[in-house]
Design a protein around this ligand. Structure first.
Ligand code: LHQ
Length: 265
């Protein structure tokens, strides 16, 4: 199934939805229309039970250069702009939608990820970057600060010292370094990038989707919870998963020494 949009593509095949940001001439930077299209596509992916993993990627040589700085909605002009509005309406909901999607999201970072584009990549659950890709907290170069939860993700992922350096100095962090610092899951050679993303997507699309949803929820709650609250959350989720068809299948397959056939239910 392919859904037609103007600035993105949504292709769904064998349980894998691929959302491609598709404004390559502007390094897939966001304008209002693209935000609206992405929000629509994410709702489609969320509501379709047959879709069990989302891959977010970019067309052309970039992943996403953040906000389209020429977009009239945010470009500085004689009339003051309320940038908070754009965050309230678009960037915040986008980050929350990716995090709360009850299925795994792969950030397939094919090229440069800058500004909000870098943090949208970090909002994905598993980030795989091509070796030629890079991450730039470009905000301070234009007099802004990281948004799209950059100030939340960065210190958690790489610690406050590196988070601060990345945000203040706005230097390009090559994918290889991003992997070494623990910012992303994996950096792979450009020649292997597409095959690696596809193989991880297929693995996740044939996995226990309900368990993945609970894993996401638990890992993302951990930072804010006490040990006791986290143990309670794990108990409640494990209880729910214990009733799932995939648990039954997983154990049956283990006992029979065969590969499990998970249905995501
Ligand atoms: C672009 C952009 C772009 C428009 C490349 N816009 N055209 C939230 C709330 C509200 C308001 C403000 O922002 C935010 C969040 C944010 O994301 S703020 C941060 C916005 N992003 C940036 O500041 C990054 C700007 N881009 C760059 O620094 C460079 O383009 C990078 C480092 C990403 C890539 O550099 P190069 O590989 O040298 O490519 P390039 O600069 O030549 O870009 C290629 C084309 O894409 C070029 O157009 P042209 O017509 O000259 O070929 C750029 O103008 C265009 N482009 N980013 N964000």
């Amino acid at each position: 199934m392919t859904r037609s949009y103007r600035h993105i593509r949504l292709d769904v095949e064998a349980g894998v939805a691929t959302l491609t940001l598709n404004r390559p001439e502007r390094l897939n930077s966001f304008n209002v229309e693209m935000h609206e299209e992405v929000a629509d596509a994410l709702a489609v992916v969320r509501d379709d039970d047959a879709t069990r993993v989302l891959v977010l990627t970019g067309a052309g040589r970039g992943f996403c250069a953040g906000q389209d700085l020429s977009d009239r909605a945010v470009a500085p002009s004689d009339t003051p702009r309320d940038l908070g509005e754009s965050i309230d309406l678009y960037y915040g909901p986008l980050v929350k939608a990716l995090r709360s999607l009850p299925k795994p999201v792969i950030g397939a970072v094919n090229g440069v990820a800058a500004g909000a584009g870098a943090n949208i990549a970090l909002a994905c659950d598993v980030v795989i970057a091509a070796r030629s890709a890079s991450f730039i907290q470009a905000f301070s170069k234009i007099g802004l600060m990281p948004d799209s939860a950059g100030t939340f993700f960065l210190p958690q992922l790489v610690g406050p010292a590196r988070a601060m350096g990345l945000a203040l100095l706005a230097e390009k962090l090559p994918a290889e370094q991003a992997e070494a610092w623990g910012l992303i899951w994996r950096c792979v050679d450009d020649a292997d990038f597409a095959a690696t993303v596809e193989s991880v997507a297929r693995q996740l699309a044939s996995g226990p989707t309900l368990a993945y949803a609970r894993i996401k929820e638990a890992i993302y709650s951990a930072k804010l919870n006490t040990l006791s609250a986290q143990l309670d959350l794990e108990r409640d989720s494990q209880r729910e998963l214990g009733y799932s068809a995939d648990y039954r299948e997983g154990v049956a397959a283990f006992m029979a020494k065969r590969a499990p056939q998970f249905t995501g239910k």
